[in-house]
Unconditional design. Sequence first.
Length: 378
Amino acid sequence: MRPLYAAGFTTAFGAHGIAANLGGHAKGAVTSLLVLGGLLALYDGAEVLLKPVFGTLADRIGARPVLLGGLVAFAAASALYAVADSPGRLWVARLGQGMAASAFSPSASALVARLNPAAAHGRIFGSYGFYKSIGYTLGPLLGGVLVWAGGLRLLFTVLAVLGAAVAVWAVVAVPVVPPLPKARQTVLDLARRLADPAFLAPTSALAAAAAALSVGIGFLPVSGRAAGLGTVATGAAVSVLAACAAVVQPKAGRALDHGRLTARTGIAAGLLLAAAGLGCAMLPGPAGVVVGAALIGAGTGLITPLGFATLASNTPAERLGQTMGAAELGRELGDAGGPLLVAAVASLTTLTHGYAVLGAILALGPFLTVVRRRPAAA
């Protein structure tokens, strides 16, 4: 399983490591905020469009070759900019990284489910989420150190080596998992399956968790500065968020496997914790920022492994790639939609009201989300 965990770490580290350092360290390529926004959107846009496509491909030809192809492509795209620094290469490299991550991220999730019994899905997805959280945490920090030491090209070089190393590791350690036979599926069949509460409920919860996490990472530093915190202190507050998410995920997964926690209860509790965190962020002073970060991290840490474990248990094995790709799409939409919603409300009123609106939406989740533990229709 460790190569799959490493793949999860790679996509998280690559996404946040570069995003956090583009604005200040790619002066020749980033000539305006509009250009910076385009470079950031390029990666996420590729993931939104292609994750369901590569997930379906993984079901058709097997998740392992899609995983390996994505890792090799990620290494190649990173090496493109590492070899020669130019604005055009940066755009192509960033697009290539996003396309590659769209392939190996849902494939890794599908293999996590295929290679483990259903009774262990909570623990396994908790561990997978833990390593992704470590990547999200280390990306801005370690990425900043690398860029300080050798510029943006050094960061891309490290990502190229990381992608290639994980690909080799996966070749050696990840077993061949052949695709399973499946009945022909029409577009209508797919629409019905994706509209089934067995898919829609946990995916909506994952999207809500991604929205809260993205808002916490993006806007809590703004609240911290307003509360008089310095750059280091606000960075530490965001690290508290990521650390809480990383610590909670394996514990939540084990509790699910051992019957101490149900997916429905855990997801509801996670949504309420994240909503409470956004409520704390509304309070003036540093305490609200720190407590809010901890609660948002704990809430998203509860939701993520339980949501993916529920999807895995409710999905026929021959459709796991497609389901994981579609679920990842839901997370990407939440990741983008949460900050957009808060920013839109804040631009009309205040950031406090933005937190309130998203917190209210999350708090409604336990009343609207029903996780049905039954197989989805093939």
